[in-house]
Each structure stands twice: as structure tokens, then as C-alpha cells.
Ligand binder design. Structure first.
Ligand code: ZN
Length: 275
């Protein structure tokens, strides 16, 4: 069983970019999240796949009806932080404040209190050894943020759901899907890695992981299905991550959803191995 997740954020919710995309300008930028999330919801529902939608609290505050639409379609709601900040740019206190602001926005929109979390830009790693403990203390039981990838995490992080023990309680860590290609580890389950690969390539990688007993956790963003995405100048690394091969992604995603079997994040978490 595999897991589909959606990080519900605007096209301008990018980490580490100031200037025109600074949070102080967000309200003045063109909003695309409602239209693109609905497009993604339609595709997901046509495939009959259950999904977990990690909401940016800032989006839930401004579009509470969108949260209710996601719930009404039968999907789970998790937290993607309120201000879409990297966790390692926070302190334990400011991280807890951000979690609380996001939770308040989600609950005020009419959803149950979220118990699962996805860090912006996979930013729970060795730089923030306190992060899982803060999550546990704040009532979270599942985290889906620790990437087994050198750039944002560590290559030797487990690739399967597993329990991590903290002083404030246990957290089930459900890592994103990576695969070995060309002697490298690549993000097969999200971003440029998912968009550059053919559905057949993604599905064969998923099948290999499943044979090892590992679910593949896929992650998509509403802005990846925008037929006319706003274009801004970004540093080259972000330009590639954000705009590479968006054309035809919706069609390829539909093929991937139809070619694999998906369950909920909650169900995967209950099967987590002890650490
Ligand atoms: Zn994000």
C-alpha cells in the first residue's frame, strides 16, 4: 500500500526566497491555490485514491471553504506549518507557535485537530534534534518530513515508516519516497524527480519498494497542476525544482495513481516498524 500526500500551498510559498515573495507581500500576489487544489481534487477523486492534504495555515485562514471541500471529499487534513518556514530556521518555541497558529486555522475552518505534520522543504533533519519532541508535545503522532536524501536530509534515514521515541512521546516517521537511479538516490516521489520520470518508471520503482515491504509516499502540490503558472525569477536550484517539466504532469500523475494501490497515512502509520 502506498500513500498520496498533497502539500496545500500557494505557488509563492517557497522557502528561503525573500524580495517580492516575502510573506509581507503574499496578500498582494495572485492567489491560485483554490483553483489548482480543486483541479487536483478532481484528478484524485477520479482515481478513487485516498489522500492526506497537509495545509499551510495561512491558506486555511484565507480559504476555509477549501478545507471543508477537501474533508467533504473524504480526505485527511494534516499541518504544513502556518508560515511555510523551514523548521531549522525556528527555535523550539517559535516552531511550537507556528504549529499552534496552523492548527487554529485548520480547526477554525471546520476540520478535526490535525495530528500529522509535513515540514516545509523536508526541514526536519539532524539540524533540529528537538523538532520531533516539540511535535509530540503539541499532540502530533505522525511526521512525514525526514527525507532519506543528502540534499535535505540524510542518506541513511530509514526508507520505511518507523517509530521514533522522544521525551514527550513516540512519533511515527513516514518518509518520502526515494529510489536509486544512475548510482544516485533521487526523489522519485516528489518534485522534479517525480515530474521527470515516466509513469512506467515511477510505477516500477514503487513495485520494487513494495516488494521490500516499503510503501511509497508520493507528494504533489496544487501549483504543479496550474495550466498557466505565474512565472517569477528564482535562484537556479529553485527554478529547476519549481518549473521543471510541469507540462503534461497532470496526465502522468493520473497514470501513476491508476497504476498503484493507495491507502491512508494513518493506516501506514499503524504498520510502522519499531526503531
Ligand atoms: Zn511546502
Amino acid at each position: 500500500m502506498n500513500i498520496l500526500t498533497v502539500d496545500v500551498e500557494e505557488w509563492f510559498h517557497l522557502c528561503g526566497v525573500g524580495g517580492r515573495l516575502d510573506p509581507s507581500h503574499w496578500d498582494a500576489l495572485p492567489s491560485r491555490v483554490v483553483e489548482t487544489t480543486r483541479r487536483l481534487l478532481d484528478a484524485i477523486d477520479a482515481a478513487g485514491v485516498p489522500a492526506t492534504f497537509f495545509m499551510v495555515g495561512w491558506v486555511a485562514d484565507r480559504h476555509p471553504a477549501l478545507v471543508r471541500e477537501i474533508l467533504a471529499a473524504g480526505h485527511e487534513i494534516g499541518s504544513h506549518g502556518h508560515w511555510h518556514r523551514r523548521v531549522y530556521e525556528s527555535t523550539p518555541d517559535t516552531f511550537a507557535d507556528d504549529l499552534n497558529a496552523c492548527r487554529r486555522a485548520i480547526v477554525d475552518a471546520g476540520a478535526p485537530c490535525p495530528t500529522s505534520f509535513r515540514a516545509p522543504e523536508w526541514s526536519i533533519n539532524d539540524r533540529v534534534p528537538w523538532a520531533l519532541e516539540v511535535l509530540a508535545r503539541e499532540g502530533f503522532s505522525v511526521d512525514a518530513s525526514m527525507a532519506p536524501l543528502k540534499l535535505v536530509g540524510r542518506l541513511d534515514y530509514p526508507r520505511h515508516p518507523h517509530v521514533r521515541t522522544t521525551q514527550a512521546g513516540d512519533i511515527v516517521e513516514v518518509p518520502p519516497f526515494v529510489a536509486d537511479r544512475f548510482g544516485q538516490v533521487m526523489p522519485m516521489g516528489w518534485g522534479w524527480g517525480l515530474r521527470m520520470s515516466s509513469p512506467q518508471r515511477v510505477l516500477s520503482s514503487i513495485a520494487r519498494a513494495n516488494r521490500r515491504g516499503e510503501p511509497a509516499v508520493l507528494t504533489v502540490h496544487p501549483w504543479e497542476l496550474d495550466p498557466d503558472p505565474p512565472r517569477v525569477w528564482l535562484p537556479p536550484r529553485l527554478m529547476f525544482a519549481h518549473y521543471f517539466r510541469l507540462g503534461g504532469f497532470e496526465r502522468r500523475l493520473k497514470d501513476i495513481m491508476q497504476g498503484a494501490t493507495f491507502s491512508t497515512l494513518r493506516a501506514a502509520a499503524t504498520c510502522a516498524a519499531p526503531s
